[in-house]
Design a protein around this ligand. Structure first.
Ligand code: FAD
Length: 322
């Protein structure tokens, strides 16, 4: 009944979601009275690897090979699947990130495993069976998925649980990648260029999002100022990115990114179902809209009816003064 968690990093630094999935997998391992093994791939220092021990991973498998320096789904899936077989893993946990969404189905197919993706809660385990809550139909519904397969793959949404320190003695094991298959490396990332040092949208705990109610890109400073004051990431609705007011990487919704921050501010966004599909699993939703009939108010935890151009700067000043 062994539990393995795959952890992601950027340029050798573990992502926030890496610690979250370690805490998630640790909760499963504790329930089963099993130790937790973590798998990291790429160029990562021993000091950084040891951080995983603070969150409860007692064995850390590290695969470092120049072909695996950047994420490549076929290559990573081969290494992870091989490790799952070698370690006799029953529960395989990874983040439902861009890379995780790519990896999880490939892994499940390689391992003939049951897959639950978009996981938003800890599972219930009953003997050989696991049941877990996931989002379905682009976030419009929740589904409870039961897995009976010998190997179970869980792709966990960001912010599903808070990473929690649970220190344990850690054993780092350097693994040689099992025979590298050149067919796995038909396309490779040559260079990664970081274009911003702001909070990454998929991992952000707080998101400030603007819609067509902002009237134009020249007014986005009020969104950015509030985001900066809150340490939040910036997002937008689809028409905003379609119009070129904001980059497509900020577009949330059915055809954009799905996010689950702790706090989501929707400013001048009507709340169309396609937008809600990407944000409805946010823990708390605050809506600012001048139309009291805007559909977004129906799903808001807090709603403010008023003009964004008056309210948002006041909110920013209040946050700064806090
Ligand atoms: P609008 O609907 O124009 O709403 C603007 C809002 O701003 C209004 O509610 C208005 O009352 C308010 N407002 C105006 N002025 C002010 C002010 N001064 N202060 C405060 N409030 C003000 N949309 C997405 O966002 N994401 C998606 O992924 C997505 N995918 C789609 C996929 C399909 C197949 C289709 C058909 C549509 C999709 N859409 C998506 C579009 C979606 O249906 C809506 O058209 C879109 O979300 C509306 O964007 P909006 O709320 O910014 O603009």
């Amino acid at each position: 009944m062994s539990v393995l968690v795959f952890v992601e990093h950027t340029e050798g630094q573990f992502k926030k979601s890496a610690y979250e999935v370690v805490s998630y997998a640790k909760a499963i391992a504790k329930h089963l009275h099993q130790p937790l093994t973590a798998l990291a791939i790429g160029n990562i220092t021993t000091e950084e690897l040891q951080r995983l021990g603070r969150y409860g991973a007692s064995k850390i498998l590290h695969v470092n090979h120049h072909k695996l320096a950047s994420f490549i789904n076929q290559g990573y899936a081969s290494v992870i699947a091989h490790t799952v077989r070698e370690e006799g893993v029953e529960f395989m946990v990874l983040s439902n990130s861009f890379s995780g969404k790519d990896l999880a189905p490939r892994l499940a197919a390689k391992l003939q495993a049951g897959l639950a993706s978009n996981v938003v809660a800890l599972p219930e385990i009953d003997g050989d069976q696991l049941t877990v809550k996931t989002t379905a139909f682009s976030g419009k519904a929740f589904a409870y998925i039961t897995l009976h397969s010998p190997v179970k793959v869980l792709a966990v949404n960001a912010n599903t649980i808070e990473s929690k320190e649970d220190p344990t003695t850690t054993n780092i094991v350097a693994l040689e990648p099992a025979a590298i298959d050149m067919a796995d490396f038909k396309a490779m990332i040559k260079e990664l260029i970081q274009t911003t040092d702001k909070v990454a949208l998929p991992e952000a705990e707080i998101v400030v999002s603007g819609g067509r109610g902002l009237k134009g890109p020249e007014n986005w400073n009020i969104i950015e100022d509030l985001a900066e004051a809150l340490g939040a990431a910036v997002a937008c609705s689809k028409p905003v990115s379609d119009a070129g007011w904001r980059p497509h990487s900020e577009h949330v919704g059915q055809t954009g990114i799905t996010i689950s921050p702790k706090l989501y501010f929707a400013v001048g966004i009507s709340g169309a179902i396609q937008h809600l599909a990407g944000v409805s699993s946010s823990k708390v939703i605050v809506v600012i809209n001048k139309d009291p009939e805007a559909p977004f108010f129906k799903v808001a935890d807090y709603g403010i009816v008023g003009d964004a151009f008056e309210l948002v700067p006041k909110l920013t000043a209040a946050v700064k003064a806090y």
